[in-house]
Every structure is written in C-alpha cells, then in structure tokens.
Design a protein around this ligand. Structure first.
Ligand SMILES: [Zn+2]
Length: 159
C-alpha cells in the first residue's frame, strides 16, 4: 500500500487543515491507481465538514463541548465528486481529514466509517500548526494499517 503525492499537494492539505483549525477539516483525494497497491494523488478537493454543522445546530451555543473531532461528507457531495472524477478519467481514491490537537492516528469512529481500498490521510494540527501527515488503509480484518507515502518528485532524485 503506497500513496504518491507531490509537495504542493502536501502543502494544500496542510493549509486546509490549518485554515479549519480548531475545527476538523475534510476533503476528497482524487487520483488514479498506478499499480494494484499503489495510488497516485492528482487533485485535492476540500469539502465541507457537514458533521460540525449538525453538531453546532444540535447543541446550539454549548461552548463547553470541544471543537468537532469528527467529520462527515454529505452523500450527495460524494456522489457528485465521484462523477466529476470519472469524467476526468480519475477516481476518488481516498479521504483526508485533520485531527486538531490530536495525533495523526485514526479514531475508532474513523475506522468504523472507513471504506475498503480508500486511503485515509490524517493530518495532526497542534495549536494551529499542521504537523504529521499519515495515510491509513483498512486491511482484510478492517483494521487500519499505515500506508507508505511517496513524495513525487522524490526529495533527492537520482539521475
Ligand atoms: Zn479522525
């Protein structure tokens, strides 16, 4: 399991995560499979975190609750993204979201909501600064395993 992305894409993910802080951001990763266990990211599509809106509505101005640490993507948004990706010969290959003031490790909620074969990139944002970024994918037993991230072009390209 490998995920190839560019330094610009990493910067886009980090900047979205920092803009959303202290809320959790989320978005879709669009790309293509370049081998059975190797995906290449082509575009990052930030989407609205509909979970936090629901929470805010349900809880009104209850400020004692921590900022949303969950995310949700509306099914309609997901469907439209899949269609848009396919029209460009691409696929939705995964979902990214941030963990404000928490490590870049998936929560139990993340695991239960995860789909097989998707890459789940989690960004840790500590005090507004994006830190680690880790990709995860479910294995056969529906447990998250870390997915290797390959930077393209490699930091030290050899001729
Ligand atoms: Zn999470």
């Amino acid at each position: 399991m490998r995920l190839t992305l560019t330094a610009e894409q990493v910067a886009a993910l980090r900047s979205h995560a920092e803009r959303a802080y202290p809320q959790e951001c989320c978005g879709l990763m669009v790309g293509t499979a370049i081998a059975p266990d190797h995906k290449k990211l082509v575009a990052v599509w930030p989407v609205e975190n509909t979970w936090s809106e629901d929470i805010a509505e349900a809880l009104q101005d209850d400020s004692t609750l921590p900022a949303s640490h969950r995310y949700a993507i509306a099914p309609q948004v997901m469907l439209e993204a899949m269609r848009a990706a396919q029209s460009q010969g691409l696929d939705v290959i995964g979902i990214y979201h941030s963990h404000p003031d928490c490590p870049a490790r998936p929560s139990e909620c993340d695991r239960r909501l995860a789909w097989p074969r998707y890459s789940y990139v989690i960004l840790s944002v500590m005090q507004g600064q994006a830190q680690d970024l880790q990709s995860w994918q479910l294995d056969q037993t529906e447990q998250f395993q870390p997915e290797a991230i390959v930077l393209s072009p490699p930091p030290h390209a050899t001729p």
